[in-house]
Design a protein. Structure first.
Length: 434
């Protein structure tokens, strides 16, 4: 543990240094960590006798996984207070004003002193970690204090430290969990192999989340104008050249753009909507340059809607729109699979459309399963993508059939939130009604 603690301390010093040298993520994290203790003191002082459920999400993706449970808890158990913590600025900066949590803050660095101070102020009756994040000092102290601790939507792979001969410290950390709600049988088997049997295969709460979004999606005037309203799109058949096919790209990186961008520009009868994963000024400027005058930012189009008439590609340069924007698509490409790792393909698939993605998707069960059933289209190169995309748009029946398979797949995976909520909060709900 000495080396672990030294690593945590060194990381914190690295954040401070990177912040001073102009790194924007480090600057946000450094500033946010400095605000955390004041937020927690205020949260502690206003407890008013209510119990606290602490929910930790590493970043925005994990937050979206935990969100169905958070919102169910907020709605059905208002006597609980919700403390939501993040580790990454990409989660905290987007959701720091999330209304359904009583307090949102960064998680203090995992040093023994910080952990004791955090738990004293937070005083959680229950701790819930979403998918990942195994902080050794937090888990050890939670266990020592007898605080029920849960993992939801967990996923485990043989390559992780828990399953290595030298991973005994991390295996010990898993014993802090009162129960682990995991996504698949493969994870259960791996955990049983190291003696962890307090598990339930509940599935992935992301399927519930994307379905909730799909059911409540609202029209966007700018996307309506660019793509056509739902009535216009469903009354016309793009295959007969009566309207443009809408090719939607979510969480796009420059590596992804090397795969699809030339095809999008040169293919007739198609319009594109691109939501870059990051959209700082330099990133947007580069993307617009690649489009050679054929692209426009959403923010600009909102100011001058008539400019949309001359553009082939609309670039979404804001947070919060991507998941509902997929509702305008006929086919999607989800980014990350040609880089660090695939982003959320469920957000697109729920609308009944086929989804392209790159080869780096081995960590994602849904990518492998959707590929098997035909709703997911995993491509390895630009040539592979172009050949598959050309075939797909030339065969509209295949496109529709693959889309149906995507939607059916999402529907078959619903229910994880119900399983977890009933287990964790049924007793409290029952007791209150007596």
């Amino acid at each position: 543990m000495i080396l672990y603690d030294l690593g945590i301390w060194s990381y914190r010093q690295g954040v401070r240094l990177a912040s001073l040298t102009g790194n924007s993520k480090a600057r946000h994290l450094d500033a946010g960590l400095k605000e955390t203790w004041a937020k927690l003191r205020s949260f502690s002082e206003n407890a008013e006798g209510r119990k606290t459920v602490w929910i930790h999400a590493a970043s925005l993706g994990e937050f979206e996984q935990g969100r169905p449970l958070i919102e169910r808890l907020h709605r059905d158990n208002p006597d609980f207070r919700i403390l939501l913590t993040f580790f990454s600025p990409s989660g905290y900066e987007v959701r720091k004003n999330y209304a359904e949590a009583d307090c949102v803050c960064y998680l203090p660095m995992d040093t023994p002193r910080n952990v004791r101070r955090f738990l004293k102020l937070a005083n959680p009756a229950m701790a819930i970690f979403v998918k990942y994040e195994f902080w050794l000092n937090y888990l050890s102290e939670l266990r020592k204090r007898g605080i029920p601790t849960y993992l939801i939507s967990g996923i485990f792979r043989e390559s992780q430290l828990f399953f290595k001969p030298y991973g005994s410290v991390y295996r010990k950390a898993l014993e802090a969990f009162t129960h682990l709600y995991i996504q698949d049988e493969g994870s259960r088997n791996l955990l049983e192999g190291i003696g962890i049997r307090n598990t339930t295969v509940a599935g992935d709460t992301r399927f519930d989340r994307v379905t909730d979004i799909m059911r409540t999606v609202k029209p966007n005037p700018t996307l309506d104008r660019f793509c056509g309203t739902s009535e216009q799109r469903f009354s016309k058949d793009w295959a007969k050249s009566e309207r443009n096919l809408i090719f939607m790209v979510g969480s796009s990186w420059s590596e992804d753009e090397d795969i699809y961008l030339d095809w999008l520009r040169k293919t007739k009868g198609i319009k594109g909507v691109i939501a870059p994963h990051e959209f700082d000024d330099a990133r947007l400027r580069l993307l617009l340059e690649k489009l050679s005058g054929e692209g426009i930012l959403l923010s600009e189009a909102q100011k001058n809607p008539e400019t949309l008439e001359r553009k082939k590609v609309l670039i979404i340069d804001c947070f919060g729109l991507l998941a509902s924007a997929y509702s305008y698509a006929d086919v999607a490409f989800v980014g990350g699979g040609f880089g660090a790792g695939l982003h959320n393909i469920n957000e697109a698939a729920v609308y009944g459309i086929p989804v392209f993605y790159g080869p780096n998707h081995s960590k994602f069960i849904e990518a492998k399963e959707m590929k098997t059933i035909g709703g997911g289209l995993a491509v390895d190169s630009r040539q592979d993508f172009e050949a598959t995309a050309d075939r797909l748009i030339s065969h509209p029946e295949e496109l529709r059939e693959r889309g149906i398979k995507s939607k059916d797949y999402i529907s078959s995976k619903l229910g994880a939130t119900d399983i977890i909520y009933r287990d964790l909060f049924h007793f409290e709900s029952t007791r209150k009604t007596k």
